[in-house]
Unconditional design. Structure first.
Length: 343
C-alpha cells in the first residue's frame, strides 16, 4: 500500500461517534481516507476468536463478520509484542504470509490494540495491505492510531453501559410475559428478548451462550402420579435453573418440560464450568434432564445459537438413559450437550 506524504485534515464528525458500531465505521472510513490500506478493520477477541466487527470494502476477503483464529493471527502477535505495530513487508520481516482463501495474501500490516477501561484486551484496530508499504508513515501517525483506539474504547464503554441499561429496562417491561406455573419467561417473552439481544451481539460480539434443557421421564411421572406431580417436578426444575443461572441471564420455560437459558458475558470455558455446577444441582434435586448448548460466537447469532443448542439437546436426548454427567464435545458450540440422569 502507498502512504501519502501527509494526511489530509479531516476527522469523523461528532455525530458519527454516538454508538460503537457507528464510531467503528467512521474510524475505518477515516483511516481508509488518510492511509490507504487494502483493508481496514475494527475487531474484537472472544473465545480465542478474532471477530471483525467493521471493515471497509476490500479485495482481501476481510469482511465485516469474518471470524478467524486469534492465536494464529497477526494481531495476536502484535498484542503479544512478537511483531511490531507496523510491518512494511511480511516477506522482508520473515513473517509467513497470511490471507483469506481465494484472495490475495497480506504483504503489509498496521495494528494497535483496543483495550477496555480496566486494561483488558477488547480487540484491535488494524490495516492489511496486499502490497508492501512504500516509505515511512507520516509523522504522528502512530500517535493518531493510539488516540483513535482510546476514543473507540470510550465510545464502547458508554454505548455498552447504555445497552445494559436498555436490557434491564426491557426485562422489567416484560415481567408480564411470564409462565404462570414457574414464574419464568414464557415462549413469547423469550422470543422478544432474543430480537434485541441479536442486534446487540451484532454491535458488540459479547461472549455468551444459549442452553436448552429438556426434562427426562416426565411422561412416566404424569402417568404414574398425575399431572400435579409433573407440575411439581417442572417447578422444581425452574427453581433449580433460576438459582443456577446468573442474575443477568434469561431463563424461560419454552413449553411443556423444555427450558431455555440465555447466558450473557460468559465465554466457552465459563459456560463449561457452569454446566458442571448444573450437573451437581440436577442430581441433588433429583431432576433428570437432557442438556444442549452452543456459544453465540460459534453459531454466529443468538438465534442460530438457540437452534444449534436445541439440536444438541436432542442429540443428548438420544443418548443411553444410563449415561450420566454432561458430555462436552471438544469444539465449543459443536454438538455440545449432556444427559443428567438419576444416579
Amino acid at each position: 500500500m502507498t502512504v501519502p506524504p501527509r494526511p489530509p485534515s479531516i476527522a469523523p464528525p461528532p455525530s458519527a461517534l454516538s454508538t460503537f458500531d457507528a464510531a467503528g465505521a467512521a474510524v475505518v472510513a477515516y483511516l481508509d481516507s488518510i492511509l490507504p490500506a487494502t483493508a481496514w478493520a475494527v475487531s474484537r477477541v472472544v473465545d480465542d476468536k478474532q471477530i471483525f466487527l467493521r471493515t471497509n470494502t476490500n479485495g482481501l476477503g476481510i469482511d465485516t463478520g469474518l471470524v478467524v483464529g486469534w492465536n494464529e493471527s497477526l494481531c495476536h502477535s502484535m498484542t503479544e509484542g512478537e511483531v511490531p505495530s507496523v510491518v512494511e513487508d511480511l516477506d522482508d520481516a520473515g513473517i509467513p504470509r497470511i490471507g483469506v482463501p481465494g484472495h490475495d495474501p497480506v504483504r503489509s500490516y498496521i495494528g494497535v490494540p483496543i483495550r477496555r477501561a480496566d486494561g483488558s484486551l477488547f480487540g484491535t484496530m488494524c490495516g492489511f495491505g496486499s502490497r508492501p508499504i512504500s516509505g515511512p508513515l507520516p509523522a504522528g501517525m502512530t500517535a493518531l492510531l493510539d488516540l483513535l483506539s482510546g476514543l473507540l474504547t470510550t465510545v464502547f464503554e458508554t454505548d455498552h453501559a447504555r445497552a445494559v441499561a436498555e436490557r434491564s429496562a426491557e426485562l422489567a417491561r416484560r415481567e408480564a410475559e411470564t409462565d404462570p406455573l414457574t414464574g419464568l419467561f414464557n415462549r413469547r417473552g423469550w422470543n422478544r428478548v432474543l430480537e434485541p439481544e441479536d442486534a446487540r451481539w451484532t454491535r458488540f460480539a459479547d461472549p455468551g451462550a444459549v442452553v436448552v434443557v429438556d426434562l427426562d421421564g416426565m411422561k412416566q411421572v404424569n402417568d404414574r402420579h398425575g399431572h400435579a406431580a409433573g407440575d411439581r417436578v417442572i417447578r422444581r426444575a425452574a427453581e433449580l435453573l433460576r438459582a443456577w443461572a446468573h442474575e443477568s441471564d434469561v431463563v424461560a420455560r419454552l413449553g411443556g418440560d423444555e427450558f431455555g437459558v440465555l447466558v450473557f458475558d460468559r465465554d466457552a470455558t465459563d459456560v463449561d464450568g457452569m454446566l458442571t455446577a448444573l450437573e451437581s444441582s440436577a442430581h441433588a434435586a433429583d431432576v433428570p434432564m437432557s442438556v444442549g448448548w452452543s456459544t453465540v460466537t460459534e453459531a454466529g447469532s443468538i438465534t442460530a445459537s438457540w437452534s444449534l443448542a436445541d439440536e444438541n439437546m436432542y442429540v443428548s436426548k438420544r443418548r443411553s438413559p444410563s449415561r450420566s454427567g454432561i458430555d462436552i464435545h471438544p469444539t465449543p458450540g459443536r454438538h455440545q450437550g449432556g444427559h443428567v440422569a438419576r444416579r
